[in-house]
Write a protein that binds this ligand. Structure first.
Ligand SMILES: [Zn+2]
Ligand SMILES: [Zn+2]
Length: 329
């Protein structure tokens, strides 16, 4: 794919095409529309309009499993006090210092196409721009943390494996966590997950967490955080506006480096089979099994099946056809 934004006016009989995602005016040749990428955000240039949501209500897309688990979590006496106490000890400034010291901060001049993708996700969902960092790691992953000011971190392994549209899907998922007001609890859940993986090295922090958060609080936080993913996949779909982009991203999360050899159509068959074979009750038990066993592998298959279901729902149809539109930045 060629970057043709730099082709000056008047050469190649250029036709100006405005990027549907970021609004950049690109100079393209007539024979290249359809295969060209925007020179700013690197997303594909097509004539299809892109919807931006002026006032998106989180309740219009939050997954019911997320709402239920959140209600259970909030019903635990003292949970908010405990979470705030823990974060005041571990500290938001610590999060920012760690990433400012060890990761690349994305700005309009540093990885500008990533910055443009973050802007696309934020303008589409109506969220203030958070800070975005890229950290060296072979894992295909990303996360959002913070207390007052959220920070999004993308692992370099993800950028190496995903296409530009798939990177937008991941960024949009993370911006979804901010829009859905997940960040506070999510930061604690990440901390619990991190401690599970580096238990010995982090023993002092682990004992602190154990003092502040009861076992009930810890398991309810983890149970909720898995389900919160389903809501943010929906937010990602509201930004990519293409369920296959989400599906392919999930396939790569599942298959890792092996994903280039995996057949996407067969992956969709697997996701549909998954949905068919598990009713809601069984899924709830399955969630519990995942959390207790620490297994995450079947997770992307489930997430794909949930997105395939939602893209056909009236709720998604209403959001895409009913809510007011605002112009691209
Ligand atoms: Zn663009
Ligand atoms: Zn997430």
């Amino acid at each position: 794919m060629a970057d043709i934004e730099s082709v000056p006016n008047g050469e190649n009989n250029g036709t100006p095409v405005r990027c549907r995602f970021c609004g950049q005016l690109n100079q393209t040749r007539a024979d290249m529309v359809g295969s060209a990428k925007c020179g700013r955000c690197r997303l594909p240039l097509t004539g299809v309009p892109h919807k931006k949501f002026a006032e998106l209500d989180k309740d219009s897309y939050i997954h019911p499993a997320d709402s239920r688990a959140l209600a259970t979590l909030r019903a635990i006496p003292g949970i908010d006090t405990a979470v705030k106490k823990l974060l005041s000890v571990t500290g938001e400034s610590a999060i920012r210092v760690i990433f400012t010291a060890s990761a690349v901060r994305v700005t309009p001049k540093q990885c500008p196409d990533l910055y443009a993708k973050l802007q696309v996700a934020c303008t589409t969902l109506g969220v203030d721009m958070p800070e975005l960092f890229v950290q060296q790691s072979p894992m295909v992953n990303a996360f959002t943390g913070g207390v007052e000011r959220p920070v999004i971190v993308l692992y370099s392994g993800l950028l190496e494996r995903l296409t530009d549209e798939e990177v937008l899907a991941v960024v949009a998922h993370e911006v979804g966590h901010i829009h859905a007001e997940h960040v506070l609890y999510l930061t604690v859940a990440h901390l619990l997950e991190a401690l599970a993986n580096v238990a010995i090295a982090a023993a002092p922090v682990a004992s602190l967490v154990a003092q502040i958060l009861s076992t009930t609080m810890r398991s309810a936080l983890l149970a909720w955080s898995r389900r919160a993913e389903l809501s943010c996949d929906r937010a990602a779909l509201l930004v990519t506006q293409d369920a296959d982009v989400i599906g392919r991203t999930m396939m790569k999360l599942c298959g890792g480096t092996f994903a280039s050899k995996v057949d996407y159509e067969q992956f969709l068959v697997q996701a549909r089979d998954f949905q068919k074979n598990y009713d809601e009750r069984a899924l709830d038990r399955f969630w519990a099994d995942i959390i207790t066993s620490g297994l995450s592998h079947p997770f992307p298959v489930w997430r794909t099946s949930e997105i395939l279901k939602w893209v056909e729902s009236d709720q998604y149809g209403r959001l895409m056809n009913g809510a007011p539109e605002i112009a691209a930045a």
